[in-house]
Design a protein around this ligand. Structure first.
Ligand SMILES: Cc1ncc(COP(=O)(O)O)c(C=O)c1O
Length: 398
């Protein structure tokens, strides 16, 4: 049995079961569902039943929502970034044309957006999803990438026709530069994080991410309820969207929710312990690249402030162990392609289940039915091959 070590864990002192007023639109989920489900190539991502791993950890069920196949982009991110692009353009076109629901696919609307520019900062996947959306809707796109973004990830973004601008600094620095440039140039900025000033686009992003759990609720409707969530967090968009959607569906019986982060960029851990958003600085780069963020999103904060029950951190050593395990046999007799950030929630579950104290505190046992997200596949194919020793297609063929 593989071993994944916990670095630290804590209980959120503010955790509560009372659903707070959520920072989303009332019909936000419906708009996300009806918009995204009409895009070419849409299909709910599958849920893998990790029965071997559940047995090894003496847990009831592990449901692994597999975002590695989403829209061919390899991560859950198009649900947020591309959706927020569509909403920004729709709002603009509504104001211009008076049409309540402009059809972004129509030649008339395409002609109107061709000279517009959308922009975003990224540590990889968000930029790719914004660039993909911009290409689908026919507008220009400029993506600011922080210094840790690999060549393969930059190439993937550029392949959708986006201009890449490199930022000598962290993800948080890139976010600020994208916002400033958008202001100066009159571009639409699509951040996946909110500083409290830019709210609309990050709210759209989060509402789009909620579709992931909305699909899962449907896929699991004949199963007994989920008891635990292990959610990886960078700025907290995916974790807040997932926690919120389960909370809406289950009410006070919502699953016990644990936020998982790399030790060196544990901004959610620090903020929840402090009871207020706290920035983590210094060398915050992690092998879990999508989680290399030092500042929590202020749109995720009101959800996770009470919606997270526990926080935990992992070291980067968890990455190869978990990726290689999933690439092996035994899961539904099929391997799962999971990238460096994709594995982090599941690695958190393994570490928690293997740590006697935390396992007890969380109430993990044979009756537990855990929901975890494989948030990315081989979005950096070179890194995947280096870590796993085979490419994703070789793994799937084995
Ligand atoms: C693959 C992957 N998983 C998880 C996350 C974390 O999402 P968030 O920053 O919304 O917390 C990211 C963010 O980039 C990501 O790329």
């Amino acid at each position: 049995m593989m071993k994944i070590s916990l670095v630290r864990a804590a209980r959120n002192p503010e955790a509560s079961r009372t659903l707070p007023s959520l920072p989303f639109e009332k019909d936000g989920m419906d708009i996300a569902r009806s918009t995204i489900s009409r895009w070419p190539g849409y299909a709910p991502s599958p849920i893998r039943d990790l029965s071997d791993l559940a047995a090894e950890l003496d847990l009831g069920k592990i449901y692994f929502k597999d975002e590695s196949v989403r829209f061919g982009l390899g991560s859950f991110k198009p649900l947020g970034g591309a959706f927020a692009v569509s909403r920004a353009l729709s709002r603009y076109l509504s104001a211009e044309t008076g049409e309540a629901e402009p059809d972004l696919a129509s030649p008339q609307m395409k002609a109107r957006v061709v000279n517009l520019t959308v922009t975003a900062a990224t540590d990889g996947n968000h930029g790719r999803s914004v660039a993909w959306g911009a290409r689908m809707f026919g507008c220009r796109c400029v993506i600011f990438v922080c210094s840790s973004v690999t060549r393969q990830r930059k190439d993937a973004i550029a392949s959708y026709g986006a201009e890449i601008r490199e930022v000598d600094g962290s993800f948080d620095d890139a976010v600020r530069l994208a916002a400033k440039t958008a202001k100066d140039e009159g571009w639409f900025v699509i951040p996946d994080t909110s500083d409290g000033e830019t709210v609309e686009a990050p709210r759209d992003v989060t509402q789009g991410y909620m579709l992931l759990v909305d699909e899962a609720l449907d896929q699991l409707r004949d199963e007994p309820p989920i008891t635990h969530l292990f959610l990886q967090a960078g700025v907290g968009g995916m974790a807040s969207a997932s926690a919120a959607r389960f909370w809406q569906a289950y009410g006070a019986e919502r699953p016990i929710t644990t936020i998982v982060e790399p030790e060196q960029c544990a901004c959610w851990y620090e903020s929840l312990v402090a009871g207020e958003p706290v920035a983590v600085t210094g060398d915050i780069d992690s092998a879990m690249a999508g989680l290399s963020c030092g500042e929590v999103s202020l749109i995720a904060w009101p959800v996770l402030r009470t919606g997270a029950d526990f926080m935990m951190t992992l070291s980067d050593d968890a990455v190869p162990v978990m990726m290689r395990y999933l690439a092996g046999k035994g899961q539904d007799a099929r391997p799962v392609i999971a990238g460096e950030t994709g594995i982090s929630g599941l690695a958190g579950l393994v570490a928690a289940a293997q740590d006697e104290t935390l396992r007890k505190e969380l109430g993990l046992g044979p009756d537990s039915r855990v929901f975890v997200v494989n948030s990315e596949g081989d979005t950096d194919p070179e890194a995947y091959k280096t870590i796993v020793g085979k490419s994703a297609s070789e793994v799937l063929e084995q």
